[in-house]
Ligand binder design. Structure first.
Ligand code: AHG
Ligand code: MN
Ligand code: MN
Ligand code: MN
Length: 336
């Protein structure tokens, strides 16, 4: 095969991380190893999803309720357990914070040498899992501050999203893609199942300052505050907008990353904080979108400046092209 095809197939995720971090020294090795573990988790989850319809017990509900008050899917549990198994063997990650676990999961053999905490949403968009529509996984990596002897992970609740040292997501779609940033731009890798490797497919992804897409669940219109309704009335009345909403945050954000536009999950009158969770949904994606030249806001504050009051704290999310985020904010702030 042509030389450039061979060179392309050699740009694997772990190689790329090392290349990005040449000036980071020891942390580069750690992050490369952690990203490699995330890639392994992604491959294990992708394998299960691809055959889920054929594997007895892979789909459907467990019958349990999680700390979010959601009915848990079997795939949520499987994916959550994959990350635990993969990171137990990592030696580097001491604590796991997951949507599906009420408390932090400590890996004693990795603590306190393991200086890292992994925050993750094992399956994002689980309402799509039984109908073979794309789902994702979302992750963020932080360095542990202090020894956390009392097991309250207070360092996680004293810092904002700028404390993240890496973030990204896996999109389980027609192809399985892993998109990440370690602060040196946003890069996308496509899984080559015949190699079992994530190969670089897009480097330094930048989203346009404006895009035609707005992505929101308009079924919630009747619950929103008036400024959000005014924004939706605006895009309904102006040419040049198109609605896209997939029900899985990762898929909707991936579209915005590549095509521009804005995704919104606003708060409602009854739940001003909205639905999406800060530590393993909004903050990792805000980190990524800012690295790609976009913005992420609660409507009145940058997502990355928000300090969570609790592990599963929620936040309203307006994220995407900076001009589109600013337009939504203008409706909110005119009214404030
Ligand atoms: P999760 O499946 O991890 O609980 O996340 C679901 C989230 C997010 O993926 C998506 O954007 C949003 O829920 C969809 O919520 P609605 O069904 O209320 O639109
Ligand atoms: Mn959920
Ligand atoms: Mn989610
Ligand atoms: Mn989830």
């Amino acid at each position: 095969i042509p030389e450039q095809a061979l060179d392309r197939d050699c740009m694997t995720l772990s190689r790329h991380v090392l290349q990005q971090l040449h000036s980071f020294g020891a942390e580069a090795q750690d992050l490369s190893a952690i990203m490699n573990r995330i890639a392994l988790a992604a491959k294990l989850i992708a394998r299960r999803l691809t055959r889920a319809g054929l594997v007895a017990g892979a789909l459907g509900f467990t019958g349990e309720m999680n700390v979010q008050g959601e009915s848990v899917k079997k795939m949520d549990v499987y994916a959550n357990d994959v990350f635990i198994s993969v990171f137990k063997q990592s030696g580097l990650v001491c604590r796991l914070a997951s949507e599906e676990m009420e408390n932090l999961y400590y890996i004693p053999e990795n603590c306190p040498i393991g200086r890292y905490t992994l925050l993750y949403d094992p399956i994002d968009g689980s309402s799509n899992v039984d109908i073979n529509i794309n789902v994702g996984s979302i992750f963020a990596i932080r360095q542990q501050e202090g020894l956390d002897e009392d097991g309250t992970a207070s360092d996680l609740l004293q810092n904002n999203g700028r404390n993240q040292i890496a973030a990204g997501y896996v999109l389980y779609g027609p192809s399985t893609m892993l998109v990440y940033s370690i602060g040196t731009g946003v890069h996308a890798f496509t899984l080559d199942p015949s190699l079992g490797e994530f190969i670089l497919s897009s480097e330094n992804i930048r989203l346009p300052d404006h895009g035609s897409i707005y992505s929101v669940n308009e079924g919630n219109f009747w619950q929103w505050e008036e400024p959000l309704r005014d924004y939706i009335r605006y895009v309904h009345r102006h040419e040049g907008y198109t609605a896209r909403y997939g029900g899985a945050l990762v898929g909707d954000i991936h579209r915005i990353l590549f095509q521009g536009g804005v995704f919104l999950y606003p708060g409602t009158v009854k739940k001003p904080e909205g639905k999406l969770r800060l530590l393993y949904e909004s903050a990792p994606l805000a980190y990524l979108i800012e690295q790609a030249g976009g913005r992420a806001s609660t409507g009145t504050q940058e997502i990355l400046d928000v300090v969570p009051e609790a592990l599963h704290a929620r936040s309203p999310l307006i994220i995407g092209s900076k001009d589109d985020v600013a337009l939504v904010e203008s409706f909110i702030q005119d009214r404030a």
